[in-house]
Design a protein around this ligand. Structure first.
Ligand SMILES: [Zn+2]
Length: 373
């Protein structure tokens, strides 16, 4: 996924990223705390202290969200489901779990631990309130964190996919009807309903005068609705593709260039003249690797005449590949995850073709036309 993110470190081997949109909400939270919450909680405190408290609280809130996501991740790793990364963005956090869970039970556990972590944090901060009763600033911080973690846990339990509550709902439907894909479709449509509900509630609040809260609620609703409807779309595509093999959609053999061809020749004769963007690099009939526009651009143009295709290509060993008998849907998902547009298809070690996203889209259009009749 192409996003503007900043890597901030790794926990349990999982990279933690911060999306630039997150700084907006971080700044907004500090501002609300410093001009609204703390001036009431700590009457008479100097502005510098209010802002400092705002920053400290926002950081602790950020750690709370991270713990929520780490709870999901730890449970996923327990079920041997890889976690690609945790990203913090404008609406909180998301742990990118690399595949769908193997069973309704695993889905339930991986999901429920997130809200449970938030409730546990709310509980801990609540218990800290009594011993900190005499220290006004510390008490104000733990009070706020009790409230916000409790709200975070509750909000996530709303049964609209992709929220945690929606996943739990999907796991329940899945366990009941025994069909993961239909369960996803049902849960995503319920998610769309909640999205619309939030949008309408937000608009109503805004019209009643609560402009900022109303807009924010509508914004969350819009986010929920679009996430859920893209899930519906994805599920419909998957339903069409399921049972079809990579070999069925495989459209082209790929354009081959000899290993010793210079990049300059390829750019002049193939790319500029024929508009081609991707080449198989071969030697003695053997495919050695893939040369893309991207890998050519990585070489400075002044070096194109002296650089061979073999030197600039991505070697076969470093490419994600698929097999003719693999599920088309799985291959498409893999391309999406790795952010690539084509994937060599290998039968054992033998190269049989190049599967591109365009191939899959064309095949999908055919299937759709057939189904439309
Ligand atoms: Zn969660």
């Amino acid at each position: 996924m192409l996003r503007h993110t900043i890597a901030i470190g790794r926990i349990m081997g999982i990279p933690i990223d911060v999306d630039l949109s997150w700084f907006l909400i971080f700044g907004l939270l500090i501002w609300i705390l410093a001009v609204s919450y703390y001036p009431q909680a700590l009457k008479g405190a100097p502005p510098a202290e209010l802002w400092l408290m705002g920053v400290a609280t926002a950081i602790l809130f950020f750690c709370s969200i991270l713990l929520h996501e780490l709870a999901h991740s730890a449970a996923a790793l327990h079920y041997k489901i890889p976690v690609r990364r945790i990203t913090l963005f404008i609406f909180g956090g998301v742990a990118q779990i690399a595949q769908d869970p193997a069973s309704a039970g695993a889905e339930f556990v991986v999901t429920i631990v997130g809200p449970l972590a938030s409730f546990a944090l709310a509980g801990i901060f609540f218990l800290l309130q009594a011993p900190l009763a005499g220290v006004a600033p510390a008490l104000a911080v733990v009070k706020y964190l009790t409230l916000i973690n409790g709200m975070l846990g509750l909000f996530n339990l709303i049964p609209g996919f992709p929220l945690d509550g929606g996943r739990i709902f999907r796991a329940a439907v899945w366990g009941w009807i025994g069909d993961f894909r239909r369960a996803t479709l049902i849960a995503a449509n319920v998610g769309r309903f909640f999205g619309f509900f939030f949008i309408m509630t937000g608009v109503w609040m805004a019209l009643r005068g609560a402009l900022l809260n109303g807009l924010w609620t509508a914004f969350i609703g819009w986010f929920l609705e679009s996430a859920a409807s893209s899930q519906v779309q994805q599920q419909l595509v998957q339903n069409l593709l399921v049972g079809h093999k990579v070999s069925e959609a495989l459209g082209n053999e790929g354009l081959r260039v000899a290993a010793h061809t210079s990049l300059q020749t390829i750019v002049d004769e193939e790319i500029l003249r024929h508009g081609r963007r991707c080449f198989l690099v071969q030697q003695d009939g053997q495919v050695l690797g893939l040369l893309t526009l991207h890998s050519i651009k990585a070489v400075p143009p002044s070096d194109w005449p002296s650089t061979t295709a073999e030197a600039a290509m991505i070697p076969m060993a470093n490419l994600s590949t698929t097999a003719p008998e693999a599920e088309l849907w799985t291959a498409l998902e893999k391309m999406g995850r790795d952010g690539i547009n084509q994937m060599p298809v290998l039968k054992g070690h033998e190269f049989v073709g190049l599967l591109s996203r365009d191939d899959v889209v064309h095949y999908l259009q055919l299937l759709q036309q057939l189904h439309a009749r």
